[in-house]
Design a protein. Structure first.
Lengths: 146, 146
DNA sequence: TATATTTGTATCGTGCACGATATAATGAAA
DNA sequence: TTTCATTATATCGTGCACGATACAAATATA
């Protein structure tokens, strides 16, 4: 094997898998009218409502200049409210609306449907979990050095 | 266990890792003036010059409506030529220009630099290779069903 | 041969994703 | 308290990424 190309060989599969997985999410998310990044924001807020823009960006490892317009679109959809904090007027606090909260019920089936969609018989659950753990280890490293 | 928690999602680490890795490529690619998807197209053409748009898209698991404008930008940069095939006038054959070919020399160091950047001591080479193999197995499954 | 279907590429619109930059609020230092 | 650096968010421009759609060339079918 050509060791020189190891980096390319390891990085392309991550990039390709990411897009393929998001493609699998899409039909499920279409039914409730949101995108994958919007779904991620909802996951974060369902777990801890009322976060600042920066905290959401940090959770999702995204830049704030990606998250700000994303949240504006979600505000237009009626999923969240964006209200400037009174204690610190630099911060904008993002809260779920009733619609945004209630969408959790509609989305409850998605992780289960997804696992059925994306988990091949050849790849056992333990293998996926092992890969998840290795990726998270890797992400922590990349975040520290970035 | 709450399935709707970010930490419990298997797909988010793949999505996040993909972006973090591309961020690591960026400074290296900036030096030669291309983006990560453009670099992938060059990798494909360096290996097999003179491919149709569709074949490049298939190799990169991208839609042609992503690849067409990508190739047009690369044509503007003087990296490739796009010439309609004479045997089959539906096809557009993409070939490296002299500049595109020669860029292989400038890019030769990137896989080395990248491995130094992205490979933490905690994650051994064999573990990265094992993850690569699992991801490729997964990708094959997702491609088949998509 | 005429018609229908498939194939290959391109166009359009929307939504990320991010570097560069701007701006106001906060906090620290002189 | 004035000045300076930092923090939090927003704006702008460029480049993907993809669904929907269009269209011409090639192929299959009647």
């Amino acid at each position: 094997m050509d060791q020189l190309k190891l980096a390319n060989q390891i990085c392309f599969p991550v990039y390709a898998a990411s897009r393929l997985i998001i493609r699998e999410y899409q039909p499920h998310l279409d039914k409730i009218g949101i995108t994958y990044p919007q779904y991620l924001v909802l996951l974060v807020l369902w777990e801890n409502d009322g976060m600042a823009v920066n905290d959401i960006a940090h959770k999702l490892i995204l830049n704030t200049n990606t998250v700000t317009p994303l949240l504006k679109r979600m505000e237009t959809l009626g999923l969240v409210s964006r209200i400037r904090s009174e204690e610190d007027e630099r911060k904008v606090i993002v809260r779920l609306t009733a619609k945004g909260s209630e969408m959790k019920v509609e989305a409850a089936h998605i992780p289960f449907s997804l696992m059925a969609d994306i988990s091949p018989d050849e790849l056992k659950m333990e293998e996926l979990l092992a890969m998840k753990n290795k990726l998270e280890e890797w992400i922590e490293f990349l975040k520290r050095k970035g």
